[in-house]
Write a protein of this length. Sequence first.
Length: 117
Amino acid sequence: MKSATRKSRQKRDPRLAGTGVIAGSGNVFIDLGFEEAEARVMALRVELMMRLRERLQEKGYTQVEAAKRLGLTQPRVSALIKGTWKDFSMDMLLTLATRAGLKPELHFAAAHKSRAA
């Protein structure tokens, strides 16, 4: 029944007409149309924020305790936990990760050659 409902909804809603499954690139920001370099930085920032949130949860810190340990205010910790990535630079996230006891590392891989020639 669910597929029948989905098909009838696709017929009624023009936004859903002709939609199908499209393979992602592995980086949601690239898929959303951001330039590749900016998309990679954004993805790294999100990854750092997720790791920080996980670390704070592992330690069982309240937001007030986390703020004291990270050298932030409680509202900034709240923004970090909520994933407000625009509020945090890469430098700040790396600093916070280190303060939280993480050891972030940067690795480089060769870029794939462009197919457009």
